[in-house]
Design a protein around this ligand. Sequence first.
Ligand code: OAD
Length: 287
Amino acid sequence: MHTMMDKLTHAIRNCASEQAQIVVLTGAGVSAESGIPTFRGPEGYWSVGSREYRPEEMATARMFGLDPDAVWQWYLYRLGVCRAAQPNAGHRAVVQMEATLGSCFTLITQNVDGLHSRAGNSDHRTYQIHGYINYMRCASECSPELYTIPDEVKPKQKREPLSDGDRKALRCPRCGDRARPHVLWFDECYDETHYRYQSSIETAAHAAILLTVGTSGATNLPMQVGILAARRGAFVIDVNPSPNPFSDLAQQVGGIFIQGVAGEALPRIAKSIARISHQIRVPSLGL
Ligand code: OAD
């Protein structure tokens, strides 16, 4: 723990003097304690008719092209799960980190559940690199505009079909074409407009600390962020109950793997960051 405090102190001092960033990168594990199933756990599967699909098959532009109703049904079911969930102690700790660090803080999240934002993290310091399930956009890309899922479209139970009213409402308000969920699909690429690709890379390049939480390292941009930040000398901390590529990375570059759940580890880290920041008393942190 001593090493961690020393390294955190050093990194926070860097953040204050050199405008470096403390970057928190989260995955589905941070929302697991809010009751949202992770992707690669057993509850990630979805059946259409008699067939079982993995998220990697459902969450694709290809599937949306073949069976848009089935894809919308899946997302509207997940929308209900996300709306019913409440932020947990892990989310609240990330809010505390932002409150302490101000402009030195950036949150990169793969989660589309909106729980970080509902807990209180600010939208302008949060990059939702896989989108946000509460929004839709034009499937024909007539504009990049995002629209809240209309109120008349209610979340679905498992196997509950779309109604004609849903189909009518799930259309682009501008051109009338079909709307799609505002989420990144497996057969699509990251971009800046919707998913803050370049911003994430830039932030990673300026990271003094990278705190990764609850992600299995299966997607491309998060791994790029991790590798780039580590290469530039960031202090890498990984929080996860299971070893994973980020815990390996942390250990390779002299960082720390905290083997545990987000709801317990993050409040402790947030408290340490607050304590150190107060001791350093740097004006750019607003202390
Ligand atoms: P995964 O489901 O792949 O991994 C979840 C991770 O969270 C695992 O490493 C678990 O060990 C860990 N975990 C479980 N409970 C935890 C807890 N209480 N605290 C901390 N960690 C915990 O989820 P992601 O890595 O987020 O992409 O998946 C990445 C992306 O792949 C998702 O955003 C989604 C998915 O398919 C898209 O939809 C584009």
